[in-house]
Design a protein around this ligand. Structure first.
Ligand SMILES: CCCCCCCCCCCCCCCC(=O)SCCNC(=O)CCNC(=O)[C@H](O)C(C)(C)COP(=O)(O)OP(=O)(O)OC[C@H]1O[C@@H](n2cnc3c(N)ncnc32)[C@H](O)[C@@H]1OP(=O)(O)O
Length: 224
């Protein structure tokens, strides 16, 4: 059941979304502390028991890959567990995105959990952030599509625990193919590009959309 069919309606959905975001905040803090901690082994063992108890609470009712989360709404663009932007995701920094004309701007700070080289972000994380931001720019241009190619150029390491500013814009639309380019910089030095990326996104044909997402879409419609 989702917010469209739930008899208690919007209030229940709002409460559930708030709870999902609060849990996301707590999980992100936990993941960061679990990475940063130098606590003694006794404390690690006690924390492990508490985390296992919390997991047992959450495991009572779960979905599988063929169903959408009950908090999400694809038509309104609500994806609470997106691993880059989702407020409910333990994995997401999260990246906050806003649109200013044709420029897409993202902000986030990466903690120690995203460390690759000591004190800097893992390169795969930079690619993940840019894939999401470029994809958002492509969607915002009215031509949503899936990434088919992402070229990433690492010019300088991305510092952890430092506010970041990411930008992206669509540079070409060619039939079903859309190209977007973007960059990561620090908020303090927004003109110094640390990582640049160009992505190609392809709008799905009706057949491709049915083949890839038909089962999820059908289960969403059945749920309302
Ligand atoms: C205000 C607004 C708010 C918005 C709010 C919403 C926000 C929302 C943000 C979401 C942001 C998500 C950002 C993450 C986005 C992912 O992470 S998507 C996941 C990763 N990507 C994938 O899994 C895609 C995997 N690839 C595929 O499944 C297939 O390639 C596709 C996409 C179905 C396309 O099928 P295909 O048979 O490869 O391609 P086909 O349909 O034959 O060709 C279409 C065109 O694409 C070209 N093409 C295909 N592959 C390539 C390639 N690798 N390189 C170049 N061109 C290619 C073809 O040449 C063809 O060109 P034309 O001949 O038409 O000129």
């Amino acid at each position: 059941m989702n917010g469209r069919t739930d008899p208690a309606g919007p209030a229940r959905l709002r409460r559930r979304r708030r709870a999902v975001s609060d849990l996301g905040d707590a999980l992100r803090a936990l993941v960061e502390l679990a990475t940063a901690t130098e606590a003694p082994a006794d404390d690690l063992e006690r924390a492990t028991e508490s985390v296992r108890a919390a997991a047992a609470l959450l495991g009572g009712r779960v979905r599988d890959r063929s169903s959408l989360p009950s908090t999400d709404d694809l038509l309104d663009g609500v994806r609470m567990y997106n691993p880059v932007t989702g407020s409910g995701s333990a994995l997401a920094p999260p990246l906050h995105i806003e649109q200013a004309g044709d420029l897409t701007i993202g902000t986030c700070t990466l903690g120690l959990a995203f460390e690759g080289p000591p004190s800097y972000a893992h390169g795969g994380m930079s690619a993940l952030l840019l894939d999401q931001l470029l994809g958002y720019a492509v969607s915002a241009s009215g031509h949503p599509g899936m990434t088919v190619r992402l070229d990433t150029s690492y010019r300088a390491p991305v510092p952890l625990q430092t506010p970041l500013r990411l930008t992206a814009r669509v540079t070409a639309i060619d039939g079903r193919r859309v190209t977007a380019s973007g960059a990561i910089a620090t908020a303090a030095e927004p003109d110094t590009v640390l990582v640049a990326a160009t992505g190609t996104f392809v709008a799905l044909s009706a057949d491709q959309a049915r083949r890839l997402f038909g089962a999820v879409w059908d289960s969403g419609s059945r749920a309302g």
